[in-house]
Design a protein around this ligand. Structure first.
Ligand SMILES: Nc1ncnc2c1ncn2[C@@H]1O[C@H](COP(=O)(O)OP(=O)(O)OP(=O)(O)O)[C@@H](O)[C@H]1O
Length: 760
């Protein structure tokens, strides 16, 4: 709802200085007209008397373009002091390129690699613009900085606080997940700079009566392409419709949008497009060493576990595709105790906890399991050594942002992505986007399988079983919902093996997957073409076909196009081997990490008897081998295996029954709860009506309170989604709302309505 224009604008006009006064003011604090030709090699030309406030003429503009240090720019002393205190002396490339334009008041689209210092490129102009306009508390909101996630908003707020600490502006952090909305509502209009997520900002625009942005001077969208993305489309359109058109707009991201439609929504005025690293050989930071491995879905967790065990002294950021997967892997690995602190971060966590995790990861060696909530903008104090992408990102932009959490500013970093054989098309896309990746193989001697351990955990901790089931379903759903069908095909996934790899005794039903189409993925003729009987016995049909797909894709990638990477020795690692890199050597089919070989070598132990005791050493290693299977190697192996299989089947059956019973009980409980809630609501309304009749003579204060309460009771509150609950989860919520398995049937609803009528 657009509010009527306040009287403030009128007073502000009255307060505005004459042009001459403005120029004098500028001169007094930025030293125009007094070039220090002695110490400063780049003397600053005086501002012409007719230059509008906040703009630099063409001559002086070009001299600023050559500046390399912040103190060579016409910045206020307060900003300069703030920069000095924060140890920002020399400008980065993106700052050098964008600051002169932004200080001229131009609209900007800035694109530069991750970790290249884009934050200061918009924080400084925000401070300067308001300073030049002599913004004060009574002027209200002068600048809005929008970030797609809460953590990033907090980080931006901290940078603003440290660089702007000598200024007198008030700034506020408006993000979801905070309960004190009412306090925020009272104070939001006194703030000059808002750092916020789209959901919370829109909530204030809609619900806070005094909220006024009509005087806005600068709008900043950090991670602009994400904010202009479909996920935020409605919220952003609603926000922009309430902002004045006369403003400066700054858009920054490592993967900038050029979509005319997107930009039209922002009504940019003759914007400058600065793509700082467009000429660069790579789209990712130069100090980042990127690798890829072919890992089948059922081997992912074993590979991740082995990776963590091989890098116990590193800070590792692990990306998974959904909150539920993060929860499961985090809980399971925590119980298996790898010997390094584990943390998790996802959109479903309480805000306080999320912030705690974020600051902890900046300090210690640890492993952080996260959804894409941590993929954009977060700096982690340059502390991340490794980025591991267990699940493939949705697109190239996502990949760039994820790996960009390491190798920030001048620091080094490494990354590895686990690609399933069916996802190798992603490599072609990454290569086309100038991302240099080396293929690596795992050192099979160091690989440890965890599926057996997980199966035991699931028996020991029943809660873990539902976590595993949900992780399984949400993963498949996330693949199913992916837009890029060239890369993501849920029908190509080895579902049974995946389920077993999570330790599940049986494969959960996946409603959205049609079994018939599933069979189509592996045509019988294609399988028969493979003559190797030995292989036929041991390897699933699906993985064989996927092997061929890998080879096809790898052959597409030409050696010449790959940018040079650091020496092999540097990358040789105890777990990751660089020796056979088919991408670099050209096509060598033998060198392609075959799922067949991996499968043999990994020996995933899905048939280990459930409930077998696991013994750990002090580092969290399991003490091998598990007795039952060790015996199979001995003479009585077959007999032992039969016993184990029998027991496994029995437990499987028991769990199946238990599962059915649990589901039945859960449904019953949900039904009861709903009935209770409805009855309670009904009773509450009846009481209120009674109170109304009795309390007609109450004083006005209590009347007001009553009206307020009632309005909150009857008002259907709007849901402001925060960005950082991942899209899949959101879709899932919607699914639940519309087709929820637990929703009551029509008959039940009718019965319930009758019950309510009779109870009156
Ligand atoms: N001029 C500078 N001098 C020294 N350090 C700097 C400078 N500018 C930025 N940095 C540091 O570089 C790191 C990355 O900066 P920043 O977070 O702004 O990068 P970014 O380009 O916004 O990254 P992303 O694309 O991931 O959001 C930060 O730790 C920041 O403190």
């Amino acid at each position: 709802m657009r509010k009527p224009k306040s009287k403030k604008s009128f007073f502000r006009k009255q307060r505005r200085l004459s042009e001459v006064e403005e120029i004098e003011l500028l001169e007094s604090w930025i030293g125009f007209g007094k070039p220090d030709s002695g110490s400063n090699p780049l003397s600053i030309s005086p501002l012409p008397s007719n230059a509008p406030i906040g703009r630099i003429d063409d001559d002086s503009f070009s001299s600023y373009c050559g500046s390399t240090k912040f103190d060579q720019l016409p910045l206020s002393n307060k900003t300069k002091e703030g920069l000095n205190d924060s140890k920002y002396i020399t400008m980065t490339e993106v700052q050098r390129a964008s600051l002169p334009h932004a200080l001229c008041g131009r609209d900007l689209l800035g694109a530069a690699k991750t970790g290249s210092g884009k934050t200061l490129a918009f924080i400084i102009p925000v401070l300067e613009k308001l300073y030049r306009a002599r913004w004060g508390p009574e002027d209200g909101v002068g600048s809005i900085i929008i970030s797609p996630t809460r953590e990033l908003a907090c980080q931006l707020f901290e940078v603003l606080r440290s660089v702007g600490k000598h200024h007198g502006f008030s700034a506020g952090l408006l993000i979801g997940g905070r309960k004190d909305v009412d306090t925020e509502k009272k104070r939001v209009n006194d703030l000059n700079i808002l750092v916020c997520t789209p959901g919370r900002l829109l909530q204030h625009m809609d619900e806070t009566p005094s909220f006024d942005c009509s005087q806005l001077q600068v709008l900043v969208l950090d991670e602009a392409d994400r904010i202009l993305d479909v996920g935020f489309k409605k919220a952003v359109n609603a926000i922009i419709s309430q902002l004045p058109k006369q403003r400066q707009t700054l858009l920054f991201s490592a993967t900038q949008t050029k979509s005319v439609q997107d930009l039209a929504r922002l009504s940019l005025k003759d914007p400058e497009y600065l793509s700082v690293h467009e000429e660069s050989v790579t789209a990712t930071p130069n100090h980042l060493l990127q690798t890829a491995m072919i890992v089948t879905l059922d081997q992912k967790l074993g590979m991740l576990w082995s990776f963590i065990k091989a890098h116990l002294n590193s800070n590792i950021l692990v990306f998974l595709s959904s909150c539920k997967q993060v929860k499961f892997v985090y809980e399971a690995f925590k119980k298996l105790r790898p010997g390094i602190p584990l943390k998790c971060l996802h959109g479903r966590m309480k805000q306080g906890k999320r912030m705690g995790i974020y600051s902890q990861i900046c300090e210690k060696r640890s492993v952080l399991f996260s959804t894409d909530v941590a993929s954009r903008g977060l700096d982690f104090n340059k502390a991340v050594d490794w980025v591991v992408q267990v699940d493939c990102p949705e697109d190239v932009a996502s990949y760039i942002h994820r790996v960009g959490r390491t190798a920030r500013y001048h620091s080094r970093g490494r990354s590895v992505i686990f690609l399933m054989p069916s996802e190798t098309e992603m490599l072609v896309k990454l290569q086309a986007a100038k991302i240099p990746i080396q293929f690596i193989k795992a050192n099979t001697k160091r690989l440890q399988s965890v599926s057996g351990l997980l199966a035991s955990l699931l028996v020991k901790y029943p809660d873990m079983q539902s976590l595993a089931q949900r992780a399984f379903i949400t993963y498949l759903r996330s693949i199913y919902l992916q837009k890029d069908k060239e890369v993501f095909d849920v029908m190509k996934l080895p579902i049974e093996e995946f389920s077993a790899s999570l330790g599940l005794p049986m494969t959960p039903k996946v409603r959205f997957m049609n079994q018939k189409t599933k069979c189509k993925t592996v045509p019988e003729e294609a399988y028969n073409l493979l003559q190797d009987n030995d292989v036929k016995d041991t390897v699933s049909k699906a993985s064989l076909l996927q092997d061929n797909a890998v080879k096809d894709i790898v052959s597409k990638i030409s050696r010449e196009n790959l940018a040079s990477v650091n020496s092999k020795e540097e990358m040789e690692d105890s777990l990751l081997l660089m020796k056979d890199t088919p991408v670099q050597r050209g096509v060598n089919e033998d060198a392609v990490p075959s799922t067949r070989n991996l499968k043999k070598k990994l020996k995933i132990n899905v048939h280990r008897p459930v409930g077998t005791r696991i013994v750990f050493d002090e580092e969290g290693n399991t003490l091998p081998p598990l007795a039952a299977l060790a015996d199979t190697k001995a003479g009585n192996g077959l007999l032992q295996l039969d016993i184990v299989k029998d027991r496994y089947e029995k437990v499987k059956e028991e769990l199946k029954q238990q599962d059915k019973e649990d589901k039945r009980q859960l449904h019953q409980r949900l039904r009861e709860n709903r009935t209770k809630k409805k009855l309670k609501l009904k009773r509450g309304r009846a009481e209120e009506e009674e109170d109304d009749e009795m309390g007609e003579e109450d004083n006005s204060a209590s009347d007001r309170e009553e009206t307020g309460n009632r309005s909150t009771k009857t008002k259907r509150s709007k849901i402001y989604f925060d960005s950082d609950i991942d899209d899949n989860e959101r879709k899932e919520e919607n699914d639940k709302m519309s087709f929820g398995a637990d929703s009551i049937s029509l008959e039940e609803q009718e019965a319930l309505a009758l019950k309510l009528i009779w109870s009156n």
